[in-house]
Design a binder for this molecule. Structure first.
Ligand SMILES: Cc1cc2nc3c(=O)[nH]c(=O)nc-3n(C[C@H](O)[C@H](O)[C@H](O)COP(=O)(O)O)c2cc1C
Length: 186
């Protein structure tokens, strides 16, 4: 299983958690860490290059800090440009079919705030539904989200623990089943 980690952090030099995660994952076998903002500082995405990267991997994980309950803008642009009709969906568009798609998200909000009735109202799974729906649309299998909350106040030890938990998550994550999708959608 070859894994592509698509990291979308606008400034990894000033990041704590996404940088710690990326540095740890770089040491994993069969894993490519691909930093979008570093690869495309001018925001001009090489669509063919990205599609070739996707073709070469079985599992794709989008890793990003939560920005206004969504992805940083370059990742949204990446979705819009790379997942072309005729490539990712539509006639002949079966390149992502059968692959696994997951997410790893960092937040400033606490874990307790990301629950129904919490100050952020929703779970991370709920907030990331667009990626889950995207995975479904292109025929990929969605993995349960991995998250670290309250990232700004984390100690170095907690960052290392989180990176280790991310590695374990990648080793053990199993696809969200159709039955689970129906159940969680009520
Ligand atoms: C423009 C912007 C929007 C943000 N929106 C959210 C948000 O909606 N929810 C949240 O919990 N944190 C939000 N944050 C905080 C970041 O998610 C947090 O600083 C980041 O996950 C920390 O990871 P890092 O150490 O890798 O930068 C936002 C930060 C910025 C700069």
């Amino acid at each position: 299983m070859k894994t592509l980690i698509v990291v979308a952090h606008p400034d990894l030099n000033r990041s704590r958690i996404n940088r710690a995660w990326a540095e740890r994952l770089t040491r994993l076998p069969d894993t490519t860490v691909h930093e979008l903002y570093r690869t495309y500082p001018d925001r001009r995405i090489d669509v063919r290059r990205e599609q070739a990267l996707l073709d070469a991997h079985d599992r794709i994980v989008f890793q990003y800090p939560l920005y206004w309950y969504s992805t940083p803008p370059l990742l949204k642009q990446w979705f819009d440009e790379v997942l072309e009709r005729g490539w990712a969906f539509g006639p002949g568009g079966e390149h992502l079919k059968g692959k696994e798609i997951g997410i790893a998200i960092s937040t400033a909000g606490t874990a307790d705030s990301y629950r129904p009735g919490g100050s952020n109202l929703f779970t991370i799974r709920d907030i990331a539904r667009p990626v889950e729906a995207l995975a479904n649309y292109v025929g990929a299998h969605y993995l349960p989200p991995f998250a670290m909350h309250h990232a700004r106040d984390a100690t170095d030890e907690q960052l290392a623990e989180s990176a280790a938990a991310y590695v374990r998550h990648l080793a053990t994550a199993r696809r969200v089943s159709a039955a689970d999708l129906v159940a969680s959608n009520g």
